[in-house]
Design a protein around this ligand. Sequence first.
Ligand code: FAD
Length: 248
Amino acid sequence: MGKWVEGRVIARHHWTAELFSLRVDAPVETYQAGQFTRLALDIDGERVARPYSYVNAPHERPLEFYFITVPDGPLTSRMVELDEGDRIWVQSRAAGLFTLEWLPDGEDLWLLSTGTALGVFLAILKTEEPWNRYRRVVLVHGVRTGAELTYRDTIAELQDRHGEQFRTVSLVSREDHSGALRGRITHAIEDGRLEQAAGLQLGPETSQVMLCGNPDMVSDTTALLEARGMKRNRRKEPGHITTEKYWG
Ligand code: FAD
């Protein structure tokens, strides 16, 4: 990856006690929506770095990142304390193949996320490519509580812009929440509620699926999709399933 460049925090926004976003000004290189960079802080004389997906589309500034504070997490427990004007290191060159460039065409594009992985899909949805290439685009966001259904204004703007082409399905696992399905993404695929809510079938004939976030969701959902005859997307052998895990 590229060199470290010095960034400055422009704003910090708290969504819940654990979820926050940072807006950062830093001279990074051009990247593709869906890619991640690395952020770092110098803590006790050591540079502590972790990968983070860009939430802003490549044409948008400032840079934006979406985090959960992990209890005792070496980096997030410090990043949550950053204030406007504070320094943060940003790797200038982004990385990752979780982009539409590597996705085969298909009728419908399904974007399945848990928690903070919503952000990577917002970057993709704020570009023109998904809307030019797919008949329908479905954004699925699974969280634990209703308060964790964040970035509602951004999603509402996308809905206004793209109307019927854009479908969203929210799932809340630990409580009932108006407008959201109750439970996990895997269960809603198994019992048909996800397809019913999206008004679309999920299968090898029509769907390209990108999955991002919790490694259990990614693995378990991949297994369910494979049981429907869908295959992992590989460079030499195009399939239907493209994944990125945030840990594990
Ligand atoms: P660590 O000691 O590194 O804690 C790791 C543990 O925290 C994991 O084992 C897991 O149990 C938990 N954890 C890590 N990330 C998450 C998460 N996102 N949600 C719930 N639990 C988590 N994290 C983000 O918050 N936003 C992002 O945009 C993001 N993008 C990533 C992109 C890639 C390609 C990868 C591989 C990871 C990404 N992560 C993202 C995770 C991130 O790199 C760190 O692991 C996380 O911020 C915790 O760092 P830490 O030093 O505080 O704790």
